[in-house]
Write a protein that binds this ligand. Structure first.
Ligand code: ZN
Length: 579
């Protein structure tokens, strides 16, 4: 799998030298003899190497929210003991010791709704958001080009000329000197324009010069009538049609970056919301190569081919414990920002428009039946209060039809509810899979869409928990940022990272830190049928944990977003260490 212990521990020693990083790998103390005969069974001391991390502030996240200051695990990656330091130092004198110097340890975090493959794709492109000049754009593009092979296009997105000293549209000439041969295509921040270099423009399937314009689009041209580099709306496809499918190498490199980003932020697990067989195989290849430092719980991309294949061949449970697929992702409505979420009454800022169901309720029911008949779990994306009602109704009906299905069905987002539907989650045993940062991203404008009466039942984490529902929390990355600390911060404060609004947005829906972290650990594990092996630090479970630079349960709430992950351990192996 990953670099083996010796390499790891020498790496750890380097880390221990700077700052106040946790100290590593003392030699087992010979002075500290057990005073009692035996404090417990001498697990695994015969063949497996054991490691004892002590002097730690461990939040086990078990159901009782218990804490400990030492943890013992072996080289098979299983936890033997979690408990008091003194007794464990005495009971396990031969274990390799790591002094954590009082640092905080919690279970590895699990993002219960995200898009790992989507993150990889987005990392295959240069991020040009917040660039302060065209020079900075070029700089970031050069950085991105390092990951490319010959023939790959250099793609990017997020530029906005309003952020630059010269606020005019850029031109192909701005890119040509740095990238004379490689096609470059950069989407503007709003997705309504693209910026190409000459090599990319030359790949368009039509001659872009002259004075003609495409349907619904605009080609910007210079005085000579040549395309200047920027294509608006319907003209974008003239170049976009020529962009080749992402190469296997670039995809692998980007997936590597995405996984690295996850573990550097303390994510040892993710529920990947909708992938096909090709992506599944990509993950399997990496697992076989020992390059998959996280656990993926995958959903199919709808009720089509991937589901058929899964039904035929049975659920995937990779022996590595790093990949399973036994769930189906469905959609009933769209998003609030674009007024695509299905509401029971009109949008408050758009009379006559109550959004759109993606399909008639009976079609959703048929898809759910198909998944449940195969014994699979179902997650239905629902944003509007009507979308949520239809999703709950359909799940309720299908669950009656398939009483042998193991259940734990989910509504993804569960964003806007009615007072009548909130208790139905607990009654039906349906999980609310929610993303706290959606609330803090939407809070600036969403009341306009919903009005003051409906908005109080939106992002209703507290009400759902109080009704007895289970919350599985996540981020929806790459829609939101990957960092789960931002989600915990948003759940606890209902404020953005600048502290707005004072007191929090609809603060009665805040949840506690314990509840928020549970939503990213044990209940996320439960939502993926993995609570017996991960989600809390208890004996017999996998040693997936992270070490933090601050105590996320004790610091000022405003500081939660700044908590940094110092180490990430997966199956008892160090897979990330800061920096
Ligand atoms: Zn999503």
């Amino acid at each position: 799998m990953f670099k083996k212990s010796l390499v790891l521990f020498s790496l750890l020693l380097t880390v221990a030298c700077d700052m106040e990083a946790p100290q590593q790998a003392e030699s087992p103390s010979k002075a500290a003899k057990p005073q009692q005969e035996s404090t417990g069974p001498a697990h695994g001391q015969d063949t497996l190497e054991t490691t004892l991390i002590h002097n730690a502030m461990i939040y086990t996240m078990d159901r009782g929210f218990s804490t400990a200051d030492a943890i013992l695990f072996d080289s098979s990656g299983r936890i033997h003991n979690v408990g008091g330091e003194q007794a464990m130092l005495e009971a396990f004198p031969d274990a390799l010791r790591i002094d954590l110097r009082g640092r905080t340890m919690i279970p590895g975090l699990i993002d219960s709704h995200a898009h790992l493959y989507g993150l990889a794709l987005s990392l295959s492109q240069a991020q040009l958001r917040d660039t302060s000049s065209k020079d900075e754009v070029i700089q970031r593009l050069r950085e991105q080009e390092k990951h490319l092979s010959e023939g790959d296009w250099l793609l990017g997105r997020g530029w906005d000329q309003n952020d630059w000293p010269v606020k005019e549209f850029p031109s192909r000439a701005d890119l040509d000197s740095a990238f004379p041969g490689r096609p470059v295509w950069l989407r503007r921040i709003d997705g309504h324009a693209g910026w190409a270099n000459s090599a990319a423009l030359a790949m368009a399937d039509q001659d872009l010069s002259g004075d003609w314009q495409p349907q619904g689009g605009y080609i910007y041209r210079d005085e000579e009538g040549q395309a200047s580099g920027v294509l608006g709306d319907g003209a974008m496809e003239l170049v976009e049609n020529a962009v080749p499918e992402i190469s296997g190498e670039l995809l692998q490199a980007s997936l590597g970056l995405a996984l690295q980003q996850m573990i550097s932020l303390g994510l040892t697990g993710v529920h990947d919301m909708g992938i096909n067989r090709k992506v599944l195989e990509l993950y399997q290849q990496r697992i076989a190569a020992g390059q998959f430092p996280t656990r993926v719980y995958a959903f199919t991309d709808g009720a089509g081919e991937t589901l058929d294949w899964l039904c035929e061949n049975g659920a995937i449970e990779d022996a590595s414990g790093r990949l399973s697929m036994r769930a189906v992702k469905l959609y009933i409505d769209g998003a609030m920002g674009s007024r695509g979420a299905a509401l029971l009454a009109d949008y408050s800022d758009d009379a006559g428009n109550d959004g759109l169901l993606f399909m008639p309720p009976e079609d959703l029911g048929a898809k759910i039946d198909k998944a449940m008949a195969c014994g699979l779990q179902v997650g239905v994306h629902a944003i509007g209060d009507r979308g949520n009602r239809v999703a709950l109704d359909a799940l309720e009906t299908s669950m009656q039809g398939y009483p042998d299905n193991p259940g734990r069905h989910r509504v993804e987002h569960a964003q806007t509810l009615t007072v009548d539907d909130i208790p139905r989650f607990a009654e039906l045993g349906v999980i609310a899979a929610m993303q706290p940062t959606h609330a803090t991203s939407d809070m600036y404008w969403v009341e306009g869409r919903l009005g003051p009466e409906r908005v109080v039942y939106a992002y209703a984490w507290r009400s759902l928990l109080d009704s007895g529902a289970r919350l599985a929390l996540g981020s929806d990355f790459p829609v939101e940022q990957v960092n789960p600390m931002l989600g915990i911060h948003a759940a606890v404060t209902r404020q953005d990272t600048r502290g707005w609004p004072p007191g929090g947005w609809y603060p009665n829906e805040k949840i506690s830190r314990e509840e928020a972290v549970r939503g990213f650990t044990l209940d996320a594990a439960w939502a993926g049928f993995m609570e017996a092996s991960v989600g809390s630090l208890e004996s017999g479970k996998r040693a997936d944990f992270i070490v933090l630079d601050q105590d996320v349960f004790e610091i000022e709430a405003a500081g939660i977003a700044t908590v940094r992950v110092l180490q990430t351990w997966l199956d008892g192996e160090l897979v990330y260490s800061y920096p």
